[in-house]
Unconditional design. Structure first.
Lengths: 342, 342
């Protein structure tokens, strides 16, 4: 339950064995005592919703995202003398039983030599667990920082796969701009990796409308599992996601904002629809989310080329072009504008 | 666009020809100068969402409903001397260009002898066009009153088919209690008729939570057409609707409230999901609807066996048993309680 049957055979090796193979092949530099990295958050334009395999975090379909420039995660690592990793999040030391610490420690223990323990200092510039994908930028920054610390010198696609083990969408957060994550076909996920698209859209704007920054009651992981197990409408999702991805990728290549943004909104609404049709019903929207969604639709009906997307949370992300920024700011007082290609 | 291809050949006769055949076979009594009838509103437990044929109002799937006892439509008819039907709705004379008058006149002109014009006095005890299916009780009451006025003496299944021509769900509003509408297979819809189920559930309660009684911006007819034409998730709906109908019918026969109500909520949420996945997105919920839905889910998580269903509108209908009425009334101050088997 919670995953759909893979079209390929299950992996013959464990996640740990896969990690060991990747690191065995790495040409190490000298490890450092300290390292740091930054990774941007990202917003999927065609969504990742559903795993074909849970231990490797392999998606049912590919996806494409836009990274959020200065909104993301700064992570510093240092080697410490102690029995456990020590994690500080946004200036606050976390208890070892905190679920974030548990996930992070599990990832570190898979990739580090035995008994090497780290102090991890993480600062998110986006609210944690409010649908702004802080786990994506978090695991991407952790992967980049660990690569630096350990002197792995791994190629980018392998870093993407390592980040994916922590959080699926982290595979896309290693780069700025548009990023495509290939679903892949291999049982161990070696080909389920992201790469940046070359297109630059300096006029693209993303608006963040934060309805709530509270931790959501149902995690994305749990939400995906419930949707796959109980939502009959989900059966159509993989085909739609695949079609939407192709449409959006072509629109990005053509510089066609309207097609890109319209398909992104349709894709996001359809993803939320698969959740509403789950049992028990899964609705991440808050009443205020719906009020803001209606406002977007009303403005669009009045002629403003403004579109929305939403992840597994209550917050809206607006998509529009620079020339309409003044209209958007005047309609949404609290909107935070991001310039992805600044 | 707007209808899916019928599995059967299109009808060889028009709606008017079908009506003429039915009425030719009727054993008429003497027509009267005046007649009246009442029909209850009904709430679908497994929904009617999508037409396989638009002129006869033939549904993609069957459906099952519960009628709302005293909530419905009273209609009085009298023969008048004039060029046009005259319609009074809730005490207010309507202009001939009113869409309600146009729909009603079209139905009357199909079934009445040439040049016979009626005065129609209709009183709804439910808000018009707010998702409380006043068109269902309206066309059912009109059908019953016309049968009385004209002395048709038609059998019930033919009255159900005639009511369906005005509004699909009107086929179910001729009776109190649980009513099943068969999808049917014939091109002219002769077998797409409803009949009452024999089971009586005196302990069943329906709670009406009216969020808005404004006329909705997108009619059910338009909403269905848009959903079928643009919602990829809709492809799964016919199978789910058919399965849910079978589950609910069995639960009604077994007296199994939880299965009936749970399946009804899952069915309604899935129907709304097919709409959210349409383009442009179709969301009948208001922010206040979502607040009330969350309240229902919260109460249920706390142990109250309370379920909801919603039609193509912003209002909630609660499903619960008599023993929990006090809890429901205390949680929802404005709820209106209906006893379907009173």
């Amino acid at each position: 339950m919670g995953t759909i049957k893979a079209a390929v055979a299950p992996s013959k090796i464990s996640v740990k064995q896969w990690v060991d193979r990747v690191l065995d092949d790495a040409k190490f530099n000298v490890p450092a005592a300290k390292a740091s990295a930054y990774a941007p958050s990202n917003i999927a334009l065609s969504k990742y919703w559903g795993k074909r395999e849970a231990s490797f975090n392999l998606p049912v379909t590919g996806s494409v995202s836009i990274s959020l420039a200065g909104h993301g995660t700064h992570t510093k690592l240092c080697v410490i003398d102690g029995p456990k990793h020590q994690v500080t999040l946004n200036g606050k030391g976390l208890d070892e039983r905190d679920s974030f610490v548990i996930k992070l420690s599990q990832w570190l223990d898979r990739v580090l030599p035995n008994n090497l323990k780290l102090g991890v200092t993480t600062v998110n510039t986006v609210p944690t667990a409010a649908g702004l994908a802080s786990s994506a930028s978090g695991f991407a920054a952790l992967t980049l920082a660990t690569n630096n610390l350990m002197g792995w010198n791994l190629p980018q696609h392998q870093l993407s796969a390592l980040a994916r083990l922590g959080s699926g969408s982290a595979s896309r957060s290693l780069w700025h701009g548009f990023v495509k994550w290939h679903a892949g076909q291999l049982p161990d996920g070696s080909d389920s990796v992201a790469h940046p698209l070359e297109q630059q859209w300096p006029n693209l704007r993303v608006g963040l409308l934060t309805v709530s920054s509270h931790t959501k009651a149902v995690s994305s992981r749990e939400g995906m599992a419930r949707t796959i197990a109980t939502s009959k409408l989900y059966k159509q999702w993989p085909q739609q996601a695949q079609d939407d991805l192709a449409t959006i990728e072509a629109a990005i290549a053509m510089g066609d904002f309207e097609t890109m943004a319209k398909t992104a909104e349709h894709n996001a609404m359809s993803m939320h629809a698969t959740m509403a049709a789950a049992w028990p019903p899964l609705v991440y929207w808050q009443p205020e989310s719906l009020a803001q969604m209606q406002k977007v639709w009303q403005l669009r009906a009045q002629g403003l080329p403004l579109y929305l997307t939403m992840d597994a949370g209550p917050n809206l992300k607006l998509l529009f072009e620079a020339k309409h920024q003044a209209d958007v700011v005047s309609a949404f007082e609290t909107v935070e504008i991001i310039t992805p290609f600044s």
